[in-house]
Design a protein around this ligand. Structure first.
Ligand code: ARG
Length: 466
């Protein structure tokens, strides 16, 4: 059974069609429901195109002027919320053009000279994704600053460092915070890099083969802030790498956010109490009055699911598509829109949460000293002071740890007699390396956790971030 056509044949392309599309065809085919988000980019692209058509003598100046002015009217109508989007007109490109025709009449029909919706959507979407790269870079910079402020406050606060989520060695709070600054800096450079690569203008590739009109693609590229026009018309209309790169960079970034989110969930628990999250980023329970749930952190832990989902979706959409444009590619936008919205919200939420959290310095210090966290310092001392091979030192230390564990005490609580019973070369001096403060202070290798090294990195980042 078919539904009756929604309209008569499409005015933009329906010359050879006797009837309009089936209603369900309209529903599956129309993209206006989501691509109206590209209105500003679409109008900017059309204005650049019209100006170029006039400059190259393809349009008479009066037509180009009417088009340029009319497009500004359309823009203000959309921005004022007065624009009626039509599903029958499929997408943002035809909605804008039809409205232009209503406003300026016949010259509107000349705008599509030497252009196709294939290069039009390619340029619109590139402009939109380019803006999102800028937004991600701004959001990441703010988040890096929030982590940096935390690092600066606690360059020398001891805390346990973990591997396998088991106490490994004492580290400093500042060092842990700066680990995220490093990750986010890589994220930022991925967006900068993707932005640089995507900054070529596909407008003028027309449907797929270029055009016989004497257009000036360098002019439109420059007008739209691109570095240059794309060099191959087939590639221009079939490429969505820029969206895939944006999604890939977003996925890696969201993965980083999810890792700190997980640490916050653990650290804010009653069992850890490493940090206190602000009331602004937590919720209560309707039944358990004592609860303060780290909902924002949990949601941030989850957001990668959506963003990576969008990434996998677009890869799957693009996989195996023969050149050049295929309508499959219309499915790109909702994925990227949702991923971008999610990422910007996640960055903003994480920035707020990091800025507002308070480290429990005493709990961190106490915890840093537990779990035999300075066992490596003891082994290193045996190597340095007694010239033991590291493997032997490791074994001696392991025996001392087992002894302390049995006794129910920490390493510094073992008596010198007990120490000597395991290796008689051990002297009183060993106790100086068993303290947490000493342990972190000693790790002065480049990139290490020592407060001096951390302070240097804080200065470096402050200079870089301004
Ligand atoms: N709405 C379309 C999209 O998003 C625009 C390009 C349509 N091109 C075409 N040949 N039907 O991809």
């Amino acid at each position: 059974m078919t539904n009756s056509p929604t309209t008569s044949a499409n005015q933009m392309w329906g010359g050879r069609f006797a009837s309009g599309p089936d209603a369900i065809m309209t529903a599956i085919n129309a993209s206006i429901g989501f691509d109206k988000r590209l209105y500003a980019q679409d109008i900017a692209g059309s204005r650049a195109h019209a100006a170029m058509l006039a400059a190259t003598g393809i349009l008479v100046p009066s037509d180009a002027e009417a088009i340029g002015e009319g497009l500004l009217t359309v823009l203000s109508e959309i921005e004022a919320g007065n624009f009626v989007f039509s599903t029958a007109l499929e997408d943002i490109h035809m909605n804008v053009e039809q409205r232009l025709k209503d406003i300026i009449g016949a010259p509107a029909g000349r705008l599509h000279t030497a252009r196709s919706r294939n290069d039009q959507v390619a340029v619109d979407f590139r402009l939109w994704v380019r803006d999102q790269c800028d937004a991600a870079i701004t959001g990441l910079t703010a988040l890096m600053q929030a982590f940096l402020a935390q690092a600066e406050a606690g360059t020398d606060w001891a805390m346990p460092g973990f591997t396998h989520l088991q106490t490994a060695q004492p580290v400093t709070w500042g060092h842990h915070m700066l680990a995220y600054v490093e990750m986010l800096a890589r994220d930022k450079s991925r967006f900068e890099d993707a932005r640089r690569r995507m900054n070529e203008c596909p407008l003028g590739a027309a449907a797929l083969a270029g055009t016989s009109f004497p257009i000036d693609r360098h002019m439109t590229a420059a007008a739209l802030g691109f570095d240059r026009p794309t060099a191959n018309s087939l590639d221009s209309v079939s490429d969505r790498d820029f969206a895939l790169e944006f999604l890939s960079a977003s996925s890696i970034c969201a993965m980083h956010l999810s890792r700190f989110a997980e640490e916050l969930v653990i650290w804010s628990s009653a069992q850890f109490r490493f940090v206190r999250l602000s009331d602004k980023w937590t919720t209560g329970s309707s039944i358990m009055p004592q609860k303060k749930n780290p909902d924002a952190a949990e949601l941030l832990r989850a957001k990668l699911g959506r963003i990576l989902g969008a990434t996998v979706a677009l890869f799957t959409i693009m996989k195996g598509l023969a050149l050049t444009y295929s309508k499959d590619m219309q499915e790109d936008k909702e994925q990227v829109f949702d991923a971008a919205d999610t990422l910007m919200l996640a960055l903003a939420a994480m920035t707020g949460m990091v800025s507002d959290m308070t480290a429990n310095r005493d709990v961190l210090a106490q915890s840093a000293a537990s779990g035999f966290s300075t066992a490596t310092d003891l082994a290193d001392w045996l190597v340095r002071a007694l010239n033991l091979p590291f493997r032997d030192a490791h074994h001696v230390t392991g025996t001392l740890v087992a002894m302390a564990e049995k006794k129910g005490c920490d390493l510094p609580d073992l008596t010198i007699t007990e120490m000597k019973s395991v290796h008689d070369g051990i002297t009183q001096e060993v106790y100086s390396v068993l303290g947490v403060e000493n342990s972190v202070r000693s790790r002065t290798s480049y990139g290490g956790t020592s407060p001096v090294r951390v302070a240097e990195q804080v200065s470096r980042w402050k200079a870089l971030l301004g």
